[in-house]
Write a protein of this length. Structure first.
Length: 198
């Protein structure tokens, strides 16, 4: 029996790398949505609701090449002391974010949604907590010298698989969630819907 194809509604290198490493066949088609506009729709919501809405919006925005295809949308969001943070718009803004994160707990929310036939058939949310070290201005400057502009596309201004690991004292939660997608629940859903072999 032919399995339904999978489309990843993302241009994220880390999400593609996760699926590649897991041996999942898919086609990547970046979603063309105004993420900030979607976030504004959920402005009063908690982090889990926002990432659920963004993940579903991304998946719904992609027209799959085959009608039976499943579209996987995923998104992540950082919350520190109740304040939500987007990707930094400049190196100066990245430094401001890091100064605010210093000595605090960073909540990283990651969501995923599967869409088939224009309807959401599955969604999931997970959260990891990352306890940030006390970051001096000198450390922030050295860090951004090494990691900018790569971290410009990273919510939280870090790549955990690179120099970003030096920003934290302790991490609680799934490594995959920190990379930007709750991979184990995604794989379970793909098995459940017959996209990959059980």
């Amino acid at each position: 029996m032919r399995r339904a194809p999978l489309v990843l509604a993302s241009k994220s290198a880390s999400r593609r790398a996760m699926l590649d490493a897991a041996g999942i066949a898919y086609r990547a088609v970046p979603a063309n949505i105004d993420e900030r506009a979607v976030e504004r729709e959920w402005s009063g919501g908690e982090g889990d609701h926002v990432v659920a809405g963004l993940s579903a919006a991304k998946a719904l925005a992609v027209e799959p090449p085959e009608s039976e295809a499943f579209v996987l949308g995923s998104d992540s969001l950082v919350v520190v002391e109740g304040r939500r943070f987007d990707k930094p718009g400049s190196r100066e803004e990245a430094a401001e974010h890091l100064r605010f994160f210093s000595g605090k707990t960073l909540e990283l929310h990651a969501g995923a949604a599967l869409v088939q036939g224009g309807a959401v058939c599955w969604h999931h949310h997970d959260m990891a907590k990352l306890i940030v070290r006390d970051l001096s201005d000198g450390l922030i400057a050295r860090y951004l010298e090494a990691e900018w502009p790569e971290v410009a596309n990273c919510v939280g201004v870090f790549r955990i698989e690179a120099m970003g690991v030096h920003l934290f004292e302790r991490i609680e939660g799934s490594h995959f969630t920190i990379l930007g997608m709750p991979l184990l629940p995604v794989l379970a859903a793909l098995r459940r819907f017959g996209v990959i072999e059980a």
